[in-house]
Design a binder for this molecule. Structure first.
Ligand SMILES: [Zn+2]
Length: 258
């Protein structure tokens, strides 16, 4: 496999204070959206990618003021660099996974996933290549040795909590279903939602051992009533309220049809 020559993280500015970062060398299946929101008193980092390369070092210029690193849920593609930050926020249900060595799981090779897990990904519509990286972060990097470093959150969140950046604030929405600890961050003022993997514009996953379909339906019923203008998901491009309602209704109908 070739070695990456450019920056491991790509980035784009999507608004006055919002950036999206991502890992171009990672297969879309495991390539999450990393969101950065610059606040007046502190900044917010929503998810941290695979942890193959230090996000803290690579995006150091963004982190000039205190930065709250938040996990929308504990899955490996969202929490790889969480341990690199001194302030770590996650939902209370994610704590046992995040804080226990080996509990996060994940892999960079198709053949390294348990058969049932792989089957669930394929059934949902993902096509996983054998190698989830198309370039190595550095010569000698061993994808087979990949493991997310565990770390305990420094602030444990629950539904209704507020993450305050000084000039803007996000309400924590507990959105279980994809995983027990899935959360969204909702800014009432700008009608912006960071939704993690609770909803994005692509195949949604509810067949993991930690998924809960009934809870997921309730989450979708809640999300479809939210007065949002823009949804920034854990994967795939952002979208507006109309598409949100379509995605929520589509999921609910798919469950009813099972
Ligand atoms: Zn994900």
């Amino acid at each position: 496999m070739k070695v990456s020559t450019g920056d491991w993280f790509a980035r784009e500015r999507v608004g006055d204070v919002i950036w999206r970062l991502w890992e171009p060398s990672v297969d879309p299946f495991a390539r999450c959206n990393i969101w950065f929101v610059r606040g007046r008193d502190r900044s917010l980092l929503v998810d941290t990618g695979l942890g193959v390369v230090s996000l803290h070092d690579a995006a150091r210029d963004l982190f000039e003021q205190p930065t709250l690193a938040l996990a929308t849920h504990y899955h490996f593609d969202h929490t790889g660099s969480l341990h690199e930050f001194s302030e770590r926020l996650a939902h209370k249900s994610g704590v046992p996974y995040l804080a226990t060595p080996g509990a996060i799981g994940g892999a960079l090779r198709r053949s390294a996933f348990p058969a049932a897990v792989l089957d669930m990904y394929l059934t949902a519509g993902y096509e996983l290549p054998e190698e989830l990286l198309d370039a190595l972060p550095e010569a000698g990097y061993d994808p087979a040795a990949y493991e997310v470093q565990s770390c305990a959150p420094t602030r444990v969140l629950d539904d209704g909590d507020v993450v305050d950046l000084g000039d803007r604030a996000f309400e924590v929405l507990h959105l279980p279903g994809h995983s027990p600890d899935s959360i969204g961050l909702y800014d009432h003022e700008s009608r912006t939602l960071f939704s993690g993997d609770a909803v994005y514009d692509g195949p949604l996953l509810d067949g993991s051992s930690d998924s809960d379909v009934d809870a997921y339906v309730r989450t979708m019923e809640r999300l479809r009533e939210l007065p949002v203008d823009v949804v920034h998901g854990g994967h795939e491009p952002s979208f507006g309220r109309e598409r949100l309602v379509e995605l929520c209704d589509g999921y609910i109908e798919s469950v009813q049809a099972r």
